[in-house]
Design a protein around this ligand. Sequence first.
Ligand SMILES: Nc1ncnc2c1ncn2[C@@H]1O[C@H](COP(=O)(O)OP(=O)(O)OP(=O)(O)O)[C@@H](O)[C@H]1O
Ligand SMILES: [Mg+2]
Length: 171
Amino acid sequence: MKHPNITITTYCAEETVTLGNLIGKNLKSGQILALIGDLGSGKTWLSRGIGEGLGISKHHHIHSPAFDLIHEHPGPIPMYHMDFYRLDDFSSEDEMWVTEYIHSKTGVCIIEWANKFIVDFLDNYLEIQLSMIENCITARKIDFFAMSNEYLPLINQLDVDFSLNKETNKS
Ligand SMILES: Nc1ncnc2c1ncn2[C@@H]1O[C@H](COP(=O)(O)OP(=O)(O)OP(=O)(O)O)[C@@H](O)[C@H]1O
Ligand SMILES: [Mg+2]
């Protein structure tokens, strides 16, 4: 079994958005986040925070692209938000457009349900697994797996920033 580089627990949806914001602030064009977790585990809320951190305008509401497969959000660093939950077959056309986004260095790719079809096409990405915690309906365990060294600085920074943010909000 692979071990996460770090695990962060959030205790409410807003905290997951804050975590996303801290991720977004440290992302660079060309980076890819594969979000994996059950229905309602918080992938879209995390994506919303990532969009905030990237500086996507508040007028550009980030919601699930499950029906359209992809939403492009323009911004200082554009966000290509994908969701493969509703896709049953991955056609060669799908492979073509997905590959184009994945290799584009013009924005970041945030991919919900990346475990369906997509991870096989990726070799350099950050995997984020979200899961519910028993007995606490608003808690989420969020595991980070850097699939290449490129993501280690981001993860280390996130660990520091999230703890600092918690401390600041306490006092
Ligand atoms: N700690 C938490 N983090 C994120 N969401 C939380 C948390 N606690 C409760 N929630 C709630 O869980 C739900 C998460 O929904 P969200 O759409 O982000 O899930 P999802 O993983 O994207 O699901 P789907 O696979 O259907 O797209 C929201 O209703 C949110 O209010
Ligand atoms: Mg979602």
